[in-house]
Structures are given as C-alpha cells and as structure tokens.
Design a protein around this ligand. Structure first.
Ligand code: DGL
Length: 281
C-alpha cells in the first residue's frame, strides 16, 4: 500500500544558491511542501574550515529535525563535500547531498571534466574522487572560485568585474580541453548566462541540482514518503537579513518570497531547555 507523508522536504544552503535546487525539486515534485533554510548570516561557507561547516550543518539539521522534515537536502556542495558522511547517521530522516548526483551525471558525459566550486569543495577533492570511483580514466580538474559567491549574494551578477573574475577561473580549465563543466557550487547556476558566453558551445554543462531532484523523487518513493498536497506550500527562513534574501530571490523565483528570520542559537537553546523539561516529566 502506498502511504502518504505531507511533512516538508527540508532544503538548505548558505544563501540563494540552493534556490537552484529548490526550483528543480518543486518542478519535479509540485505536491511536496518545502522548508528552505538559508544561513545567510554566516556565508560564504566556502571559505570556512571543515570544523565550522560540520557545526553549522549539525545545527541546521537539528533545527530541521524539530521542524519535522521528512528528508533533508544539502543544496550546498560545500556541506555535501565536508559534512554529509559525518551527519548522515546522526539523524533519523534521510539526508541527500549534491556532489554524488552531479558526479554521476558528469561521469556519463565527460572524459575530461572541469569543476568550478568554492575553495573548500575544491580542497576536499570530492568531485574527483566521486567521478574516478565510477571511472578512473576520466580526468578531473577542480578550481576554487572564492570571489563568486560574495558577488552573487551582493547582486553583482551583471557587473563587468564578475565576467572578468569568471574568465580568470574558467580559462585554465579551457586550456585543459575539458569537454564537461560542473557547477560545483549551487550558486553558480545563477551565472549561467555569463558562463555560456565564456565557454565553447560543445562543452556539456552539468547542473547537479537537476540530478539531485531526480534522486529526491526516487528516495521518497523507495521510503514511501511521497506527499500529495493539493496546493504548494513553502516557507523560507534565514539567519541573516530576510529583506536581502527576498530581494535577491525575486530574480529567480519571479516573486518576492515572504521570509522569516530565525536565530539558530536561540532556537537551539530553547530546544535544549524543552528537551530537559521533557526528560524531567
Ligand atoms: N552554495 C554553496 C555551495 O554549493 C555554498 C557557497 C558558499 O557559501 O560559499 O557550495
């Protein structure tokens, strides 16, 4: 018998990058409600240490667990590369990342694959490892692009400086004759127009967001967790400025979303206190 579960899908990122994942999931699974969490007070994640990333991810997932998500999606390559394996066993709901679906797709198309990502993701070597585990003959070139997320989050996508910066990062990959380029950071899909002007037409662009949505669908089916909401319900929460997030999101969502501010430290403190009271009673 097919069971129905209308609890939300939790999606998180440091900022507006995860909206690219949000959109793919919503397109594929319109009957699911979604809880989108952006940790915009602490971005960019890509310049953080793995200890910090792990701590942030644990805090977000703990909050999501109390918000009753049925599955959590790390719509963030940095978190997927540095924290997914560690936290997967710590929570009762399934947690999916973006690296593996992206790597699988690239291994299907490419023989010489370029990856643009945050510094932390590039340093983790996750994409190379995941791709070469599938096919050790595929060449993988990873490049950390620390300036891109701040430019996107500051709404500087169409500045000449952004185009120049992108060229600086992508040119060394073009010199390696890549046939495939992965958006190894969920923010970068927002730069697609400019990227397409820089790279030759024949290079295959891989957006892991598309493939992670397929994985979410499969996982919900296997776990009998599919929802059947008759209307679309979404809640956006941020740890920084709701106004900034709403303003930036309009470009991709087509509307100004209502955004709630949450204080993770206060929320987690309250959760600890209420857990202690539950234990006493
Ligand atoms: N969008 C995220 C990623 O895919 C995080 C970027 C950042 O905050 O540096 O890596």
């Amino acid at each position: 018998m097919r069971t129905v579960n209308n609890c939300p899908i939790g999606i998180f990122d440091s900022g507006v990058g995860g909206l690219t994942v949000f959109q793919e999931i919503h397109k594929l699974l319109p009957q699911e409600s979604i809880l989108y969490f952006a940790d915009n007070a602490r971005l960019p994640y890509g310049n953080r240490s793995s200890t910090e990333i792990l701590q942030f991810v644990r805090e977000i997932l703990t909050w999501m667990s109390h918000s009753k998500v049925k599955i959590a999606i790390m719509a963030c390559n940095t978190s997927s590369a540095l924290a997914l394996e560690a936290v997967r066993k710590e929570f009762s709901f399934p947690i999916l990342g973006v690296v593996l679906p992206g790597a699988r797709a690239a291994a299907k198309y490419g023989r010489s694959v370029g990856v643009i990502s945050t510094l932390a993701t590039a340093k983790s070597d996750s994409y190379r490892q995941a791709i070469q585990e599938i096919n050790p003959d595929i060449k993988v070139w990873q490049i950390g692009c620390p300036e891109l997320v701040p430019l996107i989050e500051r709404d500087k996508i169409h500045d000449f400086h952004t185009q120049k910066t992108l060229k600086k990062y992508i040119n060394p990959l073009l010199e390696k004759n890549i046939d495939t380029l992965i958006y190894g950071c969920t923010h970068y899909k927002h730069l697609e127009e400019i990227i397409k002007n820089i790279i030759p037409y024949k290079i295959e662009l891989i957006d892991p967001a598309y493939y992670v949505a397929q994985s979410v669908k499969k996982e919900l089916e296997i776990m009998s967790l599919r929802g059947n909401n008759s209307y679309f319900s979404v809640r956006f929460v941020v740890t920084g400025s709701p106004k900034n997030f709403s303003h930036l999101s309009k470009k991709w969502l087509g509307y100004y979303p209502l955004v709630d501010f949450i204080s993770l430290s206060r929320n987690l403190q309250e959760l600890i206190i209420s857990n202690k009271m539950d234990q006493k009673n």
